[in-house]
Design a protein. Structure first.
Length: 321
């Protein structure tokens, strides 16, 4: 369609891993499992395959399972989410299996979940909803369209930033409120309530289909489990880099640019984390309207290649602290 950027996708370096070990995990919900330590502690969850073409999370949970990494305290649950989309993954057309009917990560407001509308993704979200409701702390593992540095999306609340700092990686923490098109799972229910101790993070590990993204997913998942005390540092240490992660920085998103016309186009081929020095710089055109940076040193967060009306084109932020 007009305005839809269609560059050649990066080479697919990784295969879609076998997730059969989670097919019948004993929870009554396909492709979920809960490991109970039998000791007091939080109920921690790691979710993957929210988008069917984002493979790194499946590698991360397989890594936990195959190496026998289990909680020392509390419970650890695994949720493989949009399996119907994942089953359609084709390395010859890797962008096509993001979802079947609609974006699974835009349906997590109560009105939509309890409403009359239906789709493949909504049916699966409703199936998973009681499972997600059990989690005290969630890490949702994702990847990105472009080859850019990993990001931890902490949501808009201080509790999310605090948890991201405890995890300690990736190096960039993004404070944001999500998308106009719908609510993400990391913002669902009590995760997005400042009065609730329940908490969630969403990690963007790198470009969808490169090997380095899998490494980031595994490292971040292990550091997350240590940070929330589900496992001990000694459990993770053999699988982590010898050197500590670099210091973290925080970017606060002040606006999300939502596409309004079919002719939206960026003025340059942005990949993400570009810092635009001067306020008022034109970065895109949406029909007759110009999209300009609102302040000096504006950071472009995750500029999208999916530029249909209603979708988020890019988030605009600035470094804080």
């Amino acid at each position: 369609m007009p305005g839809e950027a269609k560059p050649r996708p990066p080479a697919v370096e990784i295969e879609a891993p076998d997730i059969g070990a989670f097919r019948d995990g004993g929870t009554g919900i396909p492709f979920t499992v809960t490991w109970d330590s039998g000791r007091p502690g939080p109920h921690v969850m790691v979710s993957a395959l929210v988008h069917g073409n984002e493979l790194c999370g499946a590698y991360a949970v397989n890594f936990l399972n195959e190496r026998g990494i289990r909680p020392r305290r509390g419970k650890l649950s695994i949720a493989l989410c949009n399996v119907d989309a994942y089953r359609r993954f084709d390395p010859a057309n890797p962008t096509a299996s993001r979802y079947v009917d609609e974006d699974f990560n835009r349906v997590w407001d109560i009105t939509t979940l309890n409403g009359p509308r239906t789709s493949v993704e909504l049916r699966r979200a409703r199936e998973l909803q009681p499972f997600i409701d059990q989690a005290d702390i969630l890490l949702d593992v994702h990847s990105m369209q472009t080859t850019t540095s990993p990001l931890m999306l902490a949501g808009p609340l201080p509790k999310g930033v605090d948890l991201a700092r405890r995890v300690g990686t990736p190096a960039l923490i993004v404070v944001d409120s999500g998308h106009a098109a719908g609510k993400r799972m990391r913002d669902y229910g009590a995760f997005g309530d400042p009065a609730s101790p329940r908490n969630a993070l969403l990690v963007e590990c790198g470009q969808h289909w490169i090997k380095a993204t899998v490494e980031v997913a595994i490292e971040t998942t292990l550091r997350f489990l240590v940070a929330v005390e589900a496992i001990d540092a000694a459990d993770a240490a053999p699988h982590l880099p010898a050197s500590p992660p670099p210091p973290q920085r925080v970017v606060e998103v002040t606006a999300a640019v939502t596409v309004t016309t079919p002719s939206f186009a960026f003025v340059e081929d942005y990949h993400g984390l570009e810092v635009i020095a001067r306020a008022g710089t034109v970065i895109a055109r949406d029909g007759a309207a110009e999209v300009r940076t609102p302040y000096d040193d504006c950071v472009l967060i995750m500029p999208s290649k999916r530029l249909a009306p209603g979708q988020t084109a890019v988030r605009l932020g600035r470094f804080v602290g």
